[in-house]
Design a protein around this ligand. Structure first.
Ligand SMILES: [Zn+2]
Length: 76
């Protein structure tokens, strides 16, 4: 048997696979004003890439580029 558990309320609602989304939607609408808990927001869509991660990737690309150029200049 499938159930929907709201971690915010610590309440479990018995349902089936077909009714899971409806039960979740109704509970959030009735008890949380239609809001979605933080942990589910990230689950539904792609995670936003943090600025720190973008900088780390750029730094890695620059480092690889420098090593490649250095190897080329040394004839390796
Ligand atoms: Zn709840």
């Amino acid at each position: 048997m499938t159930s929907y558990r709201c971690e915010a309320c610590r309440t479990t609602y018995p349902t089936d696979r077909v009714g899971l989304d409806a039960v979740r939607r109704q509970h959030r609408r009735d008890f949380h004003g239609g809001g979605t808990p933080d942990e589910y927001v990230l689950e539904d869509g792609p995670r936003p890439v943090s600025a720190r991660r973008v900088i780390a990737i750029l730094a890695l690309l620059v480092a690889v580029s420098l090593v490649t150029k250095a190897c080329g200049a040394l004839g390796l």
